[in-house]
Design a protein. Structure first.
Length: 266
């Protein structure tokens, strides 16, 4: 997959992904989830229902979860840096001839870059029910709560379809892993946090998804294993400054890409 057109046309193109009641939304960031519970308890007497508003970019790699359309300067800088950082990372992947779903390359790049610290390794069983809802839709709704319909769901469906295509490659080893990197940018009443999830699976563990018609409804209920690494930004206030550095000093931006390329190849 060629990343350059994606970076130019889709990375910073955002789609409205709907909203979810704030008291039902579970923040990925532990710090924000703790604040969320406290604020909801204090606000329990209010008659006004609050929402978490979702936006996703066209590549399906950056998700915004916002409690207000009026963001603080700190939030804007931090979230802008995510797009700049992901652009550098994906450019390094492209120039190294790696797929967007190359799990080992992403694992090396994220783990060795120094920008992230791993805080959790997830192993969840997704329940796929016998219902009129397609399998891929059920998976998306369990992985990204609040995402329900429209263009945002179509983007998520496209990601799953691409993963399916990778799994179906004849030469793909049964145990070779495919991955999808998702930056989750959350803002709770002016407090921002960025968490990164690296979802991954092997062809063997996700055999059901690689069968023809996996995106259709099923006739029986079954469970699907979902594994992911969860990372937090290291020193996010410092990283936020990179957005202006990338813009004002492209040479330093190119040097960062070269550094990422070396990590991808290790």
């Amino acid at each position: 997959m060629n990343f350059e057109p994606i970076i130019d046309t889709e990375l910073e193109t955002w789609i409205d992904a709907g909203k979810a009641p704030l008291d039902h939304y579970l923040f990925v960031s532990p710090e924000l989830e703790e604040k969320h519970q406290g604020l909801m308890l204090m606000d329990s007497a209010s008659d006004t229902e609050k929402y978490a508003m979702l936006r996703i970019n066209q590549t399906g790699n950056i998700l915004f979860v916002l409690t207000s359309s009026k963001l603080t300067i700190r939030t804007k800088k931090l979230f802008a840096s995510v797009a700049a950082l992901f652009a550098a990372m994906s450019s390094a992947m492209n120039q190294s001839g790696r797929s967007l779903f190359d799990y080992q390359a992403w694992r090396s790049l994220v783990g060795k870059s120094g920008f992230f610290v791993e805080v959790q390794k997830n192993r969840n069983l997704l329940t796929i029910k016998n219902s009129g809802v397609n399998v891929d839709t059920q998976i998306i709704q369990q992985l990204i709560p609040g995402l329900s319909s429209g263009s945002a769901m179509a983007i998520a469906h496209g990601v799953l379809s691409a993963v399916k295509g990778d799994f179906q490659e004849a030469e793909r080893d049964e145990n070779a892993k495919r991955g999808h990197l998702l930056f989750i940018c959350e803002e709770l009443f002016g407090a921002p946090s960025v968490t990164v999830r690296l979802f991954y699976a092997s062809k063997k563990s996700h055999r059901a998804l690689s069968q023809p018609g996996y995106d259709k409804s099923v006739n029986a209920t079954f469970e699907q294993l979902q594994e992911a690494h969860t990372f937090l930004f290291v020193s996010p206030d410092t990283i936020a400054e990179y957005d202006t550095i990338f813009t004002a000093q492209p040479a330093r931006y190119k040097n960062l890409i070269e550094r990422f390329k070396k990590l991808v190849k290790e």
